[in-house]
Design a protein around this ligand. Structure first.
Ligand code: FEO
Ligand code: CA
Ligand code: CA
Length: 660
């Protein structure tokens, strides 16, 4: 999602379009900078592109072919040209093949995708919508045979269903969804686990593989950890407060060292409708999360999504979910110990003493960066011994100091302000209302924390902060130094002593994003970065097995940056630090998600999310995009097929490691 005005409200569920929810009075610090900022949003289509070319600085006029930076870049490839069109583009010498599309069958009995006659039953046996996180779990240690685990974050009904949009006198309206369409949405959410194999140099899906599984908004799950069984989690359907159906808005995620699949529940607020009385005990809790926002229509058909009927149901969402992919009948677990908020993802690393550290972003303007350190240690020789590590440990929230130091503050019941007097009777209350607990500790309000990735090669941690145009000049601080931060930034943390479990560290800004040729933007890409190499709105990221950082984006568009989203290779070391190069770009309207590499560095999986969702600001289309009139029909380019979110697999022609 990005900062543009939504055309279709129901598809616009990302935090970018929500009001900021952090009304706490935590002080902002230091350094006031000029609020003067000229956004080039008024520029459209080719005008934007030519205007960018005309204003590009002398530092950024290297051609794409010259992009192997003089400053010893760790990456070697010929850069893609930034721009906008209806398809994807990858660096020369690479193949980018579509591996899995929305609607592709995963089981022997899965019906062929028939978009005009889609059903919930068919969708439950097919690849879901809007692929976001992608993880690769090797089978028998193989880089050529494994399980792909993929989150399906949300649905775009105006792109999925025929006949939903009506045009009258130039005005666009969307008709209400039928129950069957809502049921298709439920089945299109969640995740996919699917076996894949490389045969003669090309990756294939193993249809009906023994591990293949769809997880949906109706899959039975267990709530575990400190909040499990608490009264605040009990509903009419579940007197135990431990059993919940489904997971929703699974954005990024992770794969644990013991090979389980992590799904992060992010923007849960849109799925709940109805109203709570203002004096309801959960009213303030829900308000802090923007609940209920009601942009989905599920509450029309399911009482559990109506807070006036099931006031506790939202307390059962907003968690980190752990799935054992090796047992298709395993019951996924919502691990409440890792807190409840708009979880972006949960990438992990084993610390020096064997405890496991999970980095967690809360994706909302002015919300926080967290980490969770397990109490127990990882046992590489006994997988079963690791399976409940996520139920015990310490959740911390970050405070970034102006002098470049930082502190991880524990969210532990009874410590500091987290007491009964402040409404926290136990650790269950602390995790259910994680944001309020972090407010009381005085955590640093960030510019929308997205993916956070530890790098075992250099001991650092990379925090993607996507943007925050609502930060005013008097709210800037050292870690969020840009007023009206339209293009985001990346923070690099160094944990004390190189110990990922440390409670202190230091930090610096790796990169302020945006067009470096416009002085007011204040971007800090290296001078070796070309006009194609800069980007805005960092969202997901990956660290490959050589310790190199790759950043994918959400929100670049003709009007925002004169380019689509994509995947950029970003140097972090030596002279080349903060040099960025464009490796892959998505079709119009799409967001780039899920970068993940196999350990041998020869395969890169990418997720193209919500292609065709937009294009009104692109001169090649110039009007709203919906099922009957799409800005792209990627990837099939068949008039009988809608646009389809898909996973793409990138390999080097002739084989070998990527970008070396
Ligand atoms: Fe779903 Fe924070 O992106
Ligand atoms: Ca994301
Ligand atoms: Ca996003």
């Amino acid at each position: 999602m990005n900062d543009q005005t939504p055309i279709f409200k129901t598809s616009q569920l990302e935090a970018a379009d929500a009001e900021p929810r952090n009304m706490s009075a935590n002080p902002t610090m230091g350094e006031l900078i000029s609020a003067r900022f000229s956004r080039r949003g008024f520029l459209k289509g080719s005008l934007a592109v030519s205007a960018i070319a005309a204003t590009v600085s002398p530092l950024a006029i290297l051609t794409a072919g010259d992009a192997k930076a003089a400053g010893n870049s760790a990456f070697s490839f010929t850069e893609v040209e930034a721009g906008i069109d209806e398809t994807h583009h990858v660096a020369e010498g690479y193949d980018a093949d579509v591996l899995l599309r929305w609607g592709d069958g995963l089981f022997a009995d899965a019906p062929e995708f028939d978009p005009a006659n889609q059903s919930a039953a068919a969708q439950a046996r097919q690849f879901g919508y809007n692929n976001d996180y992608v993880g690769y779990i090797p089978l028998d240690g193989s880089d050529e045979h494994g399980l792909l685990v993929v989150n399906h974050e949300y649905t775009n009904p105006h792109l999925m269903f025929p006949g939903l949009v009506t045009l009258a006198e130039g005005e666009i309206t969307m008709n209400p969804l039928s129950k069957e369409q809502v049921d298709i949405e439920l089945m299109a959410h969640g995740g996919t686990i699917v076996e894949i194999r490389k045969v003669d140099g090309k990756w294939q899906v193993v249809k009906d593989g023994q591990y293949n599984r769809r997880i949906t908004a109706e899959t039975e799950m267990l709530l575990t950890g400190p909040a499990a069984g608490h009264d605040r989690l009990k509903t009419n359907a579940d007197a135990t407060g431990t059993k919940v159906f489904g997971t929703i808005n699974n954005c990024a995620g992770g794969v644990t060292p013991w090979g389980t699949y992590i799904m992060a529940e992010e923007n849960i607020h849109g799925y709940f409708g109805g109203e709570l009385p203002a004096d309801h005990p959960e009213a303030a809790n829900y308000d802090r999360l923007g609940l209920p926002e009601g942009s989905y229509e599920w509450a029309n058909f399911y009482d559990r999504f109506d807070v006036s009927k099931e006031p506790n149901e939202p307390n059962r969402f907003g968690y980190i979910v752990e799935v054992d992919p090796m047992d298709p009948n395993s019951v996924p677990k919502k691990r409440t110990a890792l807190g409840r908020f708009k979880h972006e993802g949960a990438e992990s690393i084993v610390s020096k003493d064997g405890r496991v550290v999970f980095y967690l972003g809360d994706d909302e303007r002015f919300d926080y960066v967290y980490k969770f350190v397990t109490a127990g240690t990882y046992n590489p020789d006994d997988r079963a011994a690791n399976m409940d590590l996520l139920d015990e440990g310490t959740l911390y929230v970050a405070k970034f100091a102006e002098d470049g130091s930082m502190e991880w503050m524990p969210l532990v019941h009874g410590q500091g302000p987290l007491t009964e007097e402040n409404g926290f009777a136990s650790q269950a209350d602390v995790v259910i209302e994680t944001r309020r607990a972090a407010d009381l500790l005085g955590a640093t309000k960030m510019d929308r924390p997205e993916d956070i990735e530890p790098n075992g090669s250099n001991g650092k941690v990379y925090v993607m902060l996507t943007n925050n145009t609502r930060r005013e000049a008097d709210q800037v601080d050292a870690a969020n130094p840009t007023a009206k931060n339209a293009f985001g930034h990346i923070i690099e943390i160094a944990e004390t002593g190189g110990d990922f479990a440390a409670e202190t560290g230091t930090w610096e800004i790796l990169l302020k994003c945006g067009d470096p040729s416009i002085a007011e933007v204040g971007a800090t890409f290296s001078t070796d970065t070309t006009a194609n190499g800069w980007f805005g709105m960092p969202d997901n990221c990956a660290v490959d097995s050589d310790g190199r950082l790759w950043v994918s984006t959400d929100g670049n568009s003709p009007s925002a940056t004169g380019r689509t989203d994509g995947l950029w290779a970003v140097d972090t070391e030596g002279d080349a630090r903060a040099t960025s190069k464009l490796f892959f770009r998505v079709p119009v309207g799409a967001e780039m998600c899920g970068p993940v590499f196999t350990d041998d560095g020869e395969t890169l999986f990418l997720a193209v999310q919500h292609p065709g969702d937009g294009g009104d600001d692109w001169e090649g289309f110039g009007r709203p995009s919906y099922y009957e009139d799409l800005s792209t029909r990627w990837p099939d380019f068949d008039d009988a097929m809608p646009v389809r979110p898909s996973v793409v697999v990138v390999t080097k022609q002739g084989g070998g490691k990527i970008a070396v």
